[in-house]
Design a protein. Structure first.
Length: 126
């Protein structure tokens, strides 16, 4: 995770930013996750953590809380990064999908695919 940092975001609280330019296809972060059950998810859905957990597993019958900076990446329908879940290894990888400028905020698409335009569960700004 060298080369990235957390700072205030103009519209979204905090976000993850690049210290240096990063080429497309570069692994930015490899984060472990804490995997939890469907029962745990019912409790988490009643808390602020609801907005930070991922559906997990091939059958999406679990949930996971990512460690590292993953919970701080903001959403964009025009994301410059994507994430991939490795269920057996219990990790999430974040990599760039295009070249990133120094100081640019890194975004992921919360729908999973970096270019998925399906509505997310919270209001977004145009």
């Amino acid at each position: 995770m060298q080369g990235v940092y957390v700072a205030g975001s103009k519209k979204m609280g905090r976000g993850v930013y690049s210290r240096n330019a990063i080429e497309a296809g570069v692994l930015v972060e490899l984060a472990p996750v804490i995997v939890m059950s469907t029962e745990d998810r019912k409790h988490l859905d009643q808390t602020l953590l609801h907005d930070y957990i991922f559906e997990w597993g091939e059958a999406k019958d679990q949930c996971a809380m990512a460690l590292g900076l993953v919970p701080v990446y903001n959403h964009s329908y025009e994301a410059n990064c994507e994430y991939e879940m490795y269920f057996k290894k219990q990790i999430i990888a974040v990599k760039t999908v295009r070249a990133i400028k120094a100081g640019e905020e890194l975004f992921i698409n919360y729908n999973g695919d970096w270019n998925n335009t399906a509505p997310v569960w919270f209001p977004t700004t145009p």
